[in-house]
Design a protein around this ligand. Structure first.
Ligand SMILES: Cc1cc2nc3c(=O)[nH]c(=O)nc-3n(C[C@H](O)[C@H](O)[C@H](O)COP(=O)(O)OP(=O)(O)OC[C@H]3O[C@@H](n4cnc5c(N)ncnc54)[C@H](O)[C@@H]3O)c2cc1C
Ligand code: SF4
Ligand code: SF4
Length: 388
């Protein structure tokens, strides 16, 4: 990604651009995604369970917490133009150099991973080749409450593989790691976290925060929605009895279920029971594929069906850095590639546009005006096209 010019104003709508504005417009409004961007910047904010909390009041009129939050006013076009090659931008999927289907060549990585193990493989390669000194990934807590952790070796990464479907505040862990002497950090980010990191990269406030220069790689995860921790916990407690849970997964939409992987096999729960546990803020999220990343990784779709597809990833490369990493993984034989089935690109575009349209509809419903998209700019050229 290119580094942003100085002095770009990220905010034109709000009067309060510090902690007070964050509380009123994001936290109290139920828009917080728990990305962690407002945490570990100053002594007043911390993370507790599934949410950020304010330890004390800060009366600064402008603050980094507000400027970096992905749910305060965001000029998406400024981010696209300043951080990416706008000639490679697609309205449906964001910055786009190519779409691939990949999986780890190492069967041990594949066994530990959520799908094909592409994320773990790319991070391990970036660590081994010195592109990064450390990677912020998510660790499963004892009761499905994940936390961001700093991994410094490939085996650290393998232990933290698999998806945690409750948000892990990885940007808070990046903020902490960047203060700790690490110089080149990679982050695994959901789309809302990748957006927060992109807002940081534009350095909207003086003094210019040099810590963001330590961000060297963002691997984004596709994300349809995340679950609220309390509700997931009570859903699983009621269902699982003595079965010990190894992980969760969401198969393609036609299955209409969430899989709970246990030591005794897979148990399916109907999405009708799961969807009420989705984090409320996710209904206002317009990004499926983590558009502000170097590389974005999600599950695959294959004609052979989910049993085969679950062992592969679809990967969108967005930046030069992302392209070099994928090419290196291919040339070293660390990732296996297969041809993309016909129609996959179109299906992904459609799913991405559907999420954007649903978010816009929910934002309009929430604000009561088609001109007010809360944190998004109604004049944004991509959103205007999608809104017709
Ligand atoms: C909340 C959520 C929703 C998702 N929704 C979709 C979807 O709708 N469609 C789709 O195609 N894919 C979705 N994914 C992505 C998918 O589950 C896999 O993460 C992706 O396919 C990568 O697989 P992999 O085998 O390469 O990952 P692995 O090699 O297993 O690596 C996964 C990496 O992600 C990190 N991680 C896990 N959970 C989180 C988290 N909550 N926040 C930040 N980092 C985390 C892990 O620590 C690990 O480093 C979602 C993931 C999450 C976390
Ligand atoms: S920065 Fe992230 S964690 Fe903090 S209020 Fe905004 S969305 Fe929530
Ligand atoms: S759906 Fe959006 S807001 Fe919710 S966790 Fe995923 S990226 Fe964040």
């Amino acid at each position: 990604m290119k580094s942003g010019p100085e002095g770009i104003r990220m905010e034109i709508k709000s009067q309060h651009k510090g902690q007070k504005g964050l509380r009123e417009k994001v936290l109290d409004a139920g828009l917080c995604t728990n990305c962690g961007a407002c945490t570990n910047l100053c002594p007043y904010h911390t993370s507790y369970q599934d949410n950020p909390i304010l330890i004390d009041t800060c009366d600064r009129e402008e603050g980094r917490c507000y400027a970096f939050c992905p749910r305060t006013y965001t000029d998406l076009q400024a981010l696209r133009q300043n951080l990416f090659n706008i000639d490679e931008f697609t309205p449906e999927l964001g910055p786009f150099k190519g779409l691939y289907m990949t999986r780890a060549a190492d069967p041990q990585v594949r066994r530990s991973a959520q799908h094909g193990g592409t994320v773990t493989t790319l991070l391990a390669l970036a660590l081994q080749d010195g592109l990064i000194d450390a990677a912020v990934v998510a660790e499963e807590g004892g009761t499905f409450l994940p936390a961001g952790v700093v991994a410094k070796t490939p085996s650290d990464l393998v232990r933290r593989a698999r998806s945690k479907f409750v948000v892990s505040p990885n940007v808070a862990t990046f903020n902490q790691a960047a203060k700790s002497g690490l110089e080149k950090i990679g982050v695994v980010a959901t789309p809302c976290q990748a957006l927060a990191l992109a807002k940081m990269r534009l350095k909207p406030l003086p003094p210019k925060d040099s810590n963001i220069d330590k961000l060297h790689l963002v691997i984004g995860l596709f994300c349809g929605w995340a679950l609220s921790w309390r509700e997931l916990k009570s859903l699983l407690q009621g269902k699982m009895g003595k079965n010990s849970i190894v992980g969760l997964d969401i198969p393609p939409s036609k299955h209409h279920s969430m899989e709970v992987h246990t030591q005794n096999g897979i148990i399916e729960i109907s999405l009708d029971e799961v969807l009420p546990s989705v984090r409320k803020a996710c209904q206002y999220c317009y990004d499926l594929t983590a558009e502000f990343s170097d590389v974005s990784v999600g599950s695959a779709r294959l004609p052979e069906g989910w049993e085969v597809a679950r062992g592969w990833n679809q990967v969108i490369v967005r930046t030069q850095m992302g392209q070099e990493l994928i090419d290196l993984a291919r040339s070293r034989g660390l990732l296996e590639f297969r041809d993309l089935p016909e129609g996959n690109w179109e299906k992904l575009q459609k799913a991405s546009v559907n999420k954007k349209r649903a978010a816009i509809q929910n934002l309009v419903q929430r604000s009561g005006s088609s001109k007010d998209l809360l944190y998004l700019d109604g004049q944004d050229p991509v959103l205007r096209t999608l809104m017709g």
